[in-house]
Design a protein around this ligand. Structure first.
Ligand SMILES: [Zn+2]
Length: 511
């Protein structure tokens, strides 16, 4: 049976609140603008402030990263000294809608970074039209995914291509992302029209991939005409408009007693990350690790002479397990652990540093307590000495110990030890960085985002709520993404689990 309360939650993944506001005000996002005039609007603090990839597990578990520990598609497994894809045996990251029992019926479509769904009261499609797809498309009931593929096609968003891309490839990607939004709309409309539900959730991921790829021209490989440049320049806005149209269509399918939430969990801006480009070298210099000269394996040497876009294309044709092995090997293979005090972890925005801690890492060498504290301080102070050679401004905005930011809950030991926030400056502006204590590091390919991402995350999301139980025409003071799950449960009349870190957003509710 279904309850009388209905909640519809639509995510516009990684949609930047500044752009949402600007384009609502300029009349491009008509459906969102009319929702705003009917309901409550405001911004959300996000765990993307320190751990860009942690936002979806934070949303769907109702807990902060110290508890869920899930922040990247490949994470460090200390008992194996290797990377592994998060999985249900390792992380207890169960989305809240899969734990609601029989009183609430759910439809969930493409919520990112979820494990394949298991038995629950509803229908869930996972990893079909996703940017952050960690497992192949799946569903509950199990065979539902075959129905999706038969009626709406194979997954409409391709794997992300790393490295620089030609302008025509990027313009084709824009069309792919707009089509993906349309197909996702058709799928979700069909489900919410034909099935019973109390809570329905859907995530549109085109805005996420689009933000990484269409922020500016620094990820384009070759030349382009003025006409192509203009098309490219408007691409991100066109993708946002298609997401707004999706929201408009879906809203025609629900009745007035439905509460509607439209949100993003983090935003997007110019790419500022030095995490993959320079951080490993910065750590080596601070810890005086000699770069291996000729004894690096031939596989690593091959990697260094193959352009990233070729590597990326080759790798994505392999099975997931092999892809992960290759990524892990290229990153850490051949490491002499007995001589490694700390190392950089795979990251997308902030820099992540893991200490090779005895008692936690299988091959740990640093003792907890004083030795750990001293090493953290050395790295924190060392990173702060690096400056841009042109402006002499530090490249790091701040470095924090994770144990000072998050409670040491169940997932805490899976988090990095140190988190590095970069100066707010386009990474393409750096040519070289220098430390008076540790020397210089050249920026590879200055002027280009050779990893293929001209945009990267900003730590603010937004929430637009309207309908039953929501205050009309109001702006709320900035709240946190971890408050969304308890607010949805409250709207459904369901008790909020004690272990949740968030609170109900009372400011937006009429009662
Ligand atoms: Zn992203």
């Amino acid at each position: 049976m279904t309850s009388t309360k209905k909640v519809l939650a639509i995510a516009i993944d990684a949609a930047e609140p500044d752009l949402i506001e600007k384009w609502m005000n300029e009349g491009y996002l008509k459906n969102l603008a009319s929702l705003r005039s009917l309901g409550s609007f405001g911004r959300l603090y996000s765990t993307a402030d320190w751990l860009a990839g942690s936002v979806w597990p934070t949303f769907y578990t109702g807990t902060l990263p110290g508890e869920h520990g899930f922040y990247h598609y490949l994470q460090w497994k200390s008992d194996k000294m290797d990377y592994e894809r998060p999985n249900p045996e390792w992380f207890s990251a169960v989305p809240f809608w899969r734990r609601l029992g029989n009183s609430v019926k759910v439809i969930a479509v493409d919520v990112p970074l979820t494990f394949p769904p298991t038995t629950f009261n509803g229908i869930e499609i996972s990893g079909w039209a996703s940017h952050d797809r960690i497992y192949p498309a799946s569903s509950f009931p199990k065979e539902k995914i075959n129905w999706v593929i038969k009626n709406f096609g194979s997954p409409p968003i391709s794997e992300e291509v790393g490295g620089l891309q030609g302008i025509n490839d990027l313009l084709n990607l824009k069309e792919e992302l707009i089509t993906a939004n349309q197909k996702e709309t058709e799928l979700f409309e069909t489900l919410i029209n034909n099935e019973e539900w109390d809570l329905s959730l859907c995530c549109f991921s085109s805005t996420h991939r689009g933000g990484h790829k269409f922020w500016d021209v620094t990820n384009i490989a070759d030349g382009y005409s003025d006409e192509q440049k203009l098309l490219f320049k408007n691409s991100l806005r066109d993708i946002y408009i298609s997401a707004d149209e999706a929201v408009g269509k879906i809203l025609t399918r629900v009745n007035d007693n439905t509460t509607v939430l439209v949100f993003s969990l983090h935003g997007m801006g110019v790419n500022t990350t030095l995490a993959e480009k320079l951080l490993p070298q910065m750590i080596s210099k601070i810890l005086h690790v000699q770069k291996k000269s000729n004894n690096g394996s031939y596989l690593k040497k091959i990697r260094n002479v193959i352009p990233m876009e070729w590597r990326s294309n080759f790798k994505k044709r392999l099975p997931l397990r092999l892809q992960d092995k290759m990524t892990a090997y290229w990153r850490m293979g051949g490491t002499n652990w007995s001589a490694t005090k700390a190392f950089g972890l795979l990251a997308d925005l902030q820099g992540y540093i893991r200490i090779n801690l005895n008692g936690r890492e299988k091959d740990g060498v640093i003792e907890p307590g004083e030795e750990y504290d001293q090493l953290c301080n050395k790295l924190i102070n060392g990173l702060k000495t690096f400056k841009d050679t042109d402006t002499l401004e530090p490249v790091v905005q701040s470095v924090e110990r994770t144990d000072r930011l998050f409670k040491e809950g169940k997932g805490f030991k899976n988090l990095p030890d140190l988190l590095v926030k970069w100066k707010f400056k386009p990474v393409t502006h750096y040519k070289k960085i220098v430390s008076s204590e540790y020397g210089e590091i050249e920026m590879p390919m200055p002027g280009f985002n050779f990893d293929g991402r001209s945009g990267n995350h900003r730590p603010e999301g937004f929430l637009l709520a309207a309908g039953e139980n929501i205050k009309s025409n109001s702006i709320f003071e900035k709240k946190h993404i971890v408050d969304l799950a308890p607010t949805i449960l409250q709207l459904l009349g369901i008790p909020i689990p004690k272990e949740y870190d968030g609170k109900v957003l009372k400011d937006i509710l009429t009662k």
